[in-house]
Design a protein around this ligand. Sequence first.
Ligand SMILES: *[C@@H]1O[C@H](CO)[C@@H](O)[C@H](O)[C@H]1NC(C)=O
Ligand SMILES: *[C@@H]1O[C@H](CO)[C@@H](O)[C@H](O)[C@H]1NC(C)=O
Ligand SMILES: *[C@@H]1O[C@H](CO)[C@@H](O)[C@H](O)[C@H]1NC(C)=O
Ligand SMILES: *[C@@H]1O[C@H](CO)[C@@H](O)[C@H](O)[C@H]1NC(C)=O
Length: 439
Amino acid sequence: MCAKVLQALLNCVKYFTLRSIKIIVKFTSGILRNSVYKCLWILIAITVILYLACKCDLSRKNGATKIIPKHPVVVWWTLNFGGNVGTRTCSRNVKCDFLKDRNESDHYKVEAYLFYGSQIKLNDLPPRRPEDIWGLYHEESPRNLEELMHKPMLKLFNFSATFSRHSDVPFPLQYLESLEDITTLKHFVPSLEKNKLLTEIAPVMYLQTDCETSTERDAYVKELMKYIQVDSYGACLKNKELPEKFTGDYLNNLNENDFLNFVARYKFVIAIENGVCEDYVTEKFWRPIKVGSVPIYFGSPSIRDWLPNNKSAILLDDFTTPEILSKHLKKLLANDSLYEKYLEHKTKQIITNQKLVKELVERPYQTDGMDTVERFECFICEQLNNKENIGTNIVNKLHYNCPKPISALTLSVNPTNHWVYSWYYARDSAEKLYQRLTK
Ligand SMILES: *[C@@H]1O[C@H](CO)[C@@H](O)[C@H](O)[C@H]1NC(C)=O
Ligand SMILES: *[C@@H]1O[C@H](CO)[C@@H](O)[C@H](O)[C@H]1NC(C)=O
Ligand SMILES: *[C@@H]1O[C@H](CO)[C@@H](O)[C@H](O)[C@H]1NC(C)=O
Ligand SMILES: *[C@@H]1O[C@H](CO)[C@@H](O)[C@H](O)[C@H]1NC(C)=O
């Protein structure tokens, strides 16, 4: 097609150069030949096409005309986040164009927007057109965006990738690197040795820098300290100094072997999440499991589903008060075989929880954040390429279920906790946001 036009154009030029004088003479003399007409028409057409193309390009720069691209366009709305830019090929060879620069997205007909939860700014969201697909990626508790605890905020989104097993691209095991981490003896300190160490260190370790949490973990630990010795190294309830080698930049060295060996000497490690959400299980839980210390855990209400064995952790909410928990700890301290029941993933190197094993085998991507992001991008892309069949999808609490904060200490809602106050505030704010964006 293009070649033909070019050929015609060339012929035209040739015709003019060879015969220009003759033609002009013929023009002026009023004898017009058919081929001249033909040529003129082609020239006019080309001029018009060139003119339109230029105009189109200009209007593109002004954002007036949308370019219809070859593949569905997906924009990462939150900046500095997301996987690839450019064309991605996903399963069944479906393709999408991913953009990270929002400004550029003005020029395209965008079909989906993706958001990274912690970077969402409520006063900086695109219009919520019902025909657009919105995707939420969030791996954290809602402490940075409390509106996510509420349905009106969640239902702005059509698909999600979160720690909840019910999300579209779930990653409940985001903090577990491998099954080998559970059974490894690399850092493990056997009971006999741990017993000897009790002359130097407390049986329980606590290390936190964030002291004001919705779970009120400091209030719990403070109470527990009345009944049993706890070594507290972080900013919260500090009663012991970390060895010098860890003090410099210890937050970035928590996974170094030296530090893991340091933790492994403790019989118990307090592992209280900063937020309570279904399937939100962080390194606070998996680090003691990895080193072979017993976590004293509070956080995800569904933690039982992820324990390597029936007794891999002491679950704080099995004990009504810190004092009762302390009695249980003392019982275990007095009897190694009772204590070791909590460490069968080390002592026998077994994992009886088939759900856990299956989850990691079937969804290996979840141990790698970048891989998870790319899965989500492709999941969205596949939906866009199959729009007729996907029906209506709206994110609900199952995808990200963080109820009203409860205190580890009382195991109930503490109305004087400012996180509870802000839960109500966030509920109103989420509702207003939904109204504003969808009106
Ligand atoms: C995008 O546009 C906004 C507002 O027009 C501007 O402030 C910002 O600098 C632009 N960003 C980039 C990366 O060009
Ligand atoms: C430790 O506990 C086990 C299991 O309950 C029990 O059989 C054993 O007698 C206890 N040992 C001591 C020294 O109390
Ligand atoms: C815990 O024990 C129960 C009953 O023996 C069993 O059904 C369940 O699968 C076990 N859970 C784990 C995590 O091993
Ligand atoms: C996407 O979510 C919006 C907002 O809840 C909704 O109006 C729309 O119908 C959803 N679209 C699809 C295809 O599920």
